[in-house]
Design a protein around this ligand. Structure first.
Ligand code: ACO
Length: 430
């Protein structure tokens, strides 16, 4: 196999090295292309652009492979917790001994919020979208820990372990307290003896005189959902985090931008959109057949189907599809939306429209149904995704932060506006 690419422009030949990743994926190194040729590459949507080298996550979309730091997602889902996977994603190794104990202790001891934050919560109107609250509060948390969010790269990297654990802890608390604020309920404080997801459910659903005692099957289901979202390579929100980080911005500011990017319905917002879609189908008495026809005619989009990278199957969706049945049995919930989802999946997977376009259920197809079954309100689904994705954002921020000579990310464009024109000021036009 060749280790260089030849580019011929105006009959002149240029050679560029082909770089190869550890799993054999190949890229033309075009770093000198513009300098040599005056041309840039044009790749709207970045489907053919490698924006970085990364050690965190490997995806083979054709084969449905997802690995974090070399470990297949199926094994992590089977044998690890969300926090163990978060540690792996951030630090590169599965947790052992003292370091993991320190990591967990930091997460536990930082679960509660500064009381001053109550004023900030109370400024949000009752109809505020929880993702808007979350992105604003990610930055606000940084304001309460100025020593962790300095925008001095050297100092921010020195404090990284603290900042990483703090964010993993606070994102969960902010999510729970946002729910309580929007419901007009008082704050509930964390319980250090609860595990990560139990604590979240407690802070979200307990009342001062009525403890919500998290059932282990519900805490486990939430843990699995968080784990399956832990990282996903250079998706829209993670690329956003890296982009912001490349300017020298601190971890808190960078993940706040990640939350905004995740909010959109074509990215993390899809888990909400799936439920809205299934509810609409259910309310019109359709069993999914009419909806699929509309999706094929371009009148509607089958939310939870399709993926920019996975062109065969999304391994996370397979894990969740199987888990959904088990979770529903264990918690004793029956939901007609699950039947509709199953039927849509069955029909779409046999339909030429979806087969020819390589459209398969993605992680959002089943995550929403499970979140609904365990009592998470639909407008909080994307917030749940943000909690899950936090380790990936943190790990990717760190990769940027420790680069010895970090370049600010600054893509170019092809200008398609008007050509140069003479400018005449309004008051001189007569
Ligand atoms: N329903 C119906 N048709 C679809 C769907 C869908 N969900 N997704 C893609 N298509 C069709 C398009 O209309 C297009 O058809 P055409 O070739 O006849 O014009 C073709 O498939 C290619 O579609 P693109 O939008 O170019 O595919 P792309 O790879 O850019 O988009 C995306 C991927 C955004 C995920 C898309 O499949 C989609 O909108 N899916 C629904 C939203 C969703 O579930 N998003 C979550 C993604 S996973 C995540 O972020 C965690």
């Amino acid at each position: 196999m060749s280790n260089e690419a030849k580019v011929i422009i105006d009959e002149k030949e240029y050679r560029y090295p082909i770089i190869v990743g550890t799993e054999g994926e190949r890229a033309i190194d075009a770093m000198n292309l513009r300098k040599d040729t005056g041309c840039i590459t044009y790749d709207d949507g970045y489907g053919n652009t490698g924006s970085c080298k990364s050690d965190v996550t490997f995806i083979d979309g054709e084969l449905g492979i997802l690995r974090h730091r070399g470990y297949p997602i199926e094994q992590l889902a089977e044998n690890s917790s969300f926090l163990e996977t978060a540690y792996l994603v951030i630090y590169g190794e599965l947790p052992t001994g003292d370091d993991y104990a320190k990591f967990r202790a930091r997460i536990n001891s930082n679960a509660n919020m500064h009381e001053g934050m109550k004023n900030i919560f109370s400024a949000f109107p009752p109809g505020a979208h929880p993702m808007a609250v979350l992105s604003a509060l990610m930055n606000t948390v940084g304001c309460y820990y100025p020593e962790l969010a300095t925008n001095d790269r050297h100092k921010d990297v020195q404090m990284f372990d603290w900042a990483a654990a703090l964010l993993l802890s606070k994102v969960r608390t902010i999510a729970a307290l946002t729910y309580r604020h929007l419901k007009g309920k008082p704050w509930v404080y964390s319980r250090p003896n609860y595990r990560y997801t139990e604590n979240f459910l407690h802070m979200m659903f307990s009342d001062p005189y009525n403890d919500y005692v998290p059932r282990s099957e519900i805490a486990d289901a939430l843990d699995l959902i968080f784990l399956l979202h832990a990282d996903h390579e250079q998706n829209c929100s993670t690329s956003t985090v890296r982009m912001v980080a490349s300017s020298g911005a601190n971890l808190f500011a960078s993940v706040a931008a990640g939350v905004c990017a995740l909010w959109g319905p074509l990215h993390g917002g899809a888990n909400m959109a799936v439920i809205r879609m299934l509810e609409d189908i259910h309310n019109t008495g359709d069993d999914g057949t009419c909806f699929i026809e509309n999706a094929k005619n371009g009148k509607q989009r089958l939310m939870g189907f399709g993926h920019r990278v996975y062109r065969n199957f999304d391994p996370r969706s397979r894990i969740l599809g199987k888990a959904a049945e088990r979770i529903f049995d264990k918690i004793g919930v029956q939901d007609p939306l699950l039947d509709i989802a199953r039927r849509i999946e069955e029909v779409a997977l046999k339909d030429d429209y979806f087969i020819s376009r390589k459209l398969y259920p993605n992680v959002d197809f089943y995550s929403g149904i499970i979140l609904r079954a365990i009592g998470i309100p639909v407008e909080f689904f994307t917030v749940m995704f943000s909690i899950g994705r936090m380790p990936g954002w943190i790990a990717n921020w760190y990769e940027i932060a420790i680069q010895p000579r970090q370049k600010i990310h600054r893509p170019r464009q092809i200008y398609t506006g008007k050509n140069a024109r003479d400018y005449v000021q309004m008051d001189q036009r007569g």
